[in-house]
Structure formats: C-alpha cells, structure tokens
Design a protein around this ligand. Structure first.
Ligand SMILES: C[S@@+](CC[C@H](N)C(=O)[O-])C[C@H]1O[C@@H](n2cnc3c(N)ncnc32)[C@H](O)[C@@H]1O
Length: 249
C-alpha cells in the first residue's frame, strides 16, 4: 500500500490512501489494548511502521529480509514458519500484509500460535483485492471464510473479522490502477497497436478514461473516509483479530 503523506508535501496528483488511514486507526486501537510491559512480535515487520505505537511495551521485529527493500532493525531474521523463540513468549502479535506472501499459511499461523501466550492476541491485515507485489513472494488472496478456517485450525479463537476499508477504497484503488496503466498520450495509444484509423475513435475514449480515473481515484479515496460501504462490492483488505485459545483444563 502506498503511504499517505502530509497535505502540504503531497504531490499534485497524490491522494490519501484510505487503507493506510484505516490500518493506522486499527493499529492505534490494538496498541491501546496492549498493556505496559507486554511483549509484542511484529511478524514480517518490514520497515516496522507501527513500532512507535508500542513504545509502552517491548517490541520485537521478525522478518526473513529476502527482498531488496529497506528493513528496520530486526530482532529475528527468520522465516515466519520457524521463529527462533520459546513457546508462549509473546502477549501480542502484529501481522500486517504478510499472510499473502507465505507459501504455507497454515504452518505460519501455527507458528504464530505457538509463540503466543495462551490468551495472547494477534492482529492480522491481509489483502483480498490487490495486485501482485513483492514478486515472486506473493502466493494468495483470502476470503473471510478462508481466514476464519485458517485461524481456527491454527488454534485461534476469532474475536473479529472485518473489512479494513469500505468498497469506495477498493474502487479508488482500481481507478488508480486504470490511471497508471492506460496510455497517457497518442504515442501510448499507438504503442497498444491501435491502427491509425481506429485511433481516431479509440484514443479519445482511452485518454478520457485515464483522465477521469485519476479524478475518480481521489474522489472515492476521500469518500471512503466519509462513508464506509461494506454491504456490497469487496474489501481491499480484511482484518482479523484473534486470541490463542487457552488449553482445555
Ligand atoms: C508487504 S510487506 C509488509 C511489511 C510490514 N508488515 C508492513 O505492514 O509495512 C511483507 C513483509 O513480509 C516479509 N515476508 C514475506 N514472506 C516472509 C516469510 N516467509 N517469513 C518472514 N517474513 C516474510 C517481507 O520481507 C516483507 O517485509
């Protein structure tokens, strides 16, 4: 997900990414539910964007660090399916935008369950509608039913599964892709292989669609902040909050 920036520094055609806004809100809420001194694992932490929200707790970051991008300081450089810590070490696990990158999601969730204390909580966000990214480490997209099943089979009790953003955010994302990938000028239209005669009718449609998509992206991104539509369409991301079931006595 692209990050939102301060309005004064925003480029003319940039926009507020509703997914980032909503995820930050959710992370603030999850961090508030994390008591002072608790031990938190950020699994697949990347640049650790939410580290500061857990200043009152002890935050540790794990990632396999296989991409050519920047990583925040990592406490554990490891695969998520094999974290070198004892059972039941953590009170909380943050697991944002990683599950789609793991070839064996059931194994990863079982490992995260292992490293959590009984009653410990996991916060997971994961895309349903999002382009392939971080290739070749991009394997799956999940429906809410797949998530429920995977988490429960790994030993979690679901506390909530919900849309991260509303459908308008999904539309904004789709319009953004249209704006990025449609031809920006006549040379771009020609590059599609459109012959000179057809270009007369096709080019205005393509160029207008691209122009309109740029505006609609902004409109729907902002609209998602005002009206979170969740009764139709599809979410860009799901959020799962779950707790490790206590052992039966
Ligand atoms: C889309 S990024 C998300 C990073 C961070 N959680 C965030 O919200 O900004 C996915 C991260 O998962 C990590 N990752 C992917 N597969 C992994 C695996 N099998 N084990 C550990 N980390 C993995 C990548 O290195 C990357 O940092």
């Amino acid at each position: 997900m692209a990050r939102d920036s301060k309005p004064s520094k925003r480029k003319a055609n940039s926009y507020v990414n509703p997914s980032r806004v909503q995820l930050r809100r959710q992370m603030v809420r999850f961090a508030k539910g994390t008591r002072r001194g608790m031990l938190v694992l950020d699994a697949g932490a990347g640049k650790s964007p939410y580290r500061r929200l857990f200043k009152h707790a002890t935050y540790e970051a794990a990632d396999f660090a296989q991409l050519s991008t920047e990583y925040a300081p990592l406490d554990y450089v490891c695969d998520i399916t094999d974290i070198p810590v004892e059972d039941g070490r953590f009170d909380r696990v943050v697991f944002n935008q990683v599950l789609e990158h793991v070839p064996e999601p059931a194994v990863a969730l079982a490992e995260l369950n292992r490293v959590l204390k009984p009653g410990g909580r996991i916060f997971c966000s994961v895309p349903l509608f999002y382009a392939e990214h971080q290739q070749p480490y991009d394997y799956y997209r999940y429906t809410q039913f797949a998530l429920k099943r995977l988490f429960e089979e790994a030993g979690f009790e679901i506390m909530r599964i919900e849309w991260l953003e509303g459908y308008f955010a999904t539309m904004a994302y789709q319009f953004g892709m249209m704006h990025r990938h449609l031809p920006a000028d006549l040379a771009g239209v020609k590059a599609l292989g459109v012959g000179r005669r057809r270009a007369v009718t096709v080019a205005p449609t393509l160029l207008f669609t691209r122009w309109m998509a740029g505006r609609l992206q902004k409109f729907y991104a902002e609209a998602d902040g005002d009206w979170k539509v969740t009764d139709g369409g599809m979410p860009k991301n799901y959020v799962v909050v779950a707790r490790k079931a206590a052992p039966a006595t």
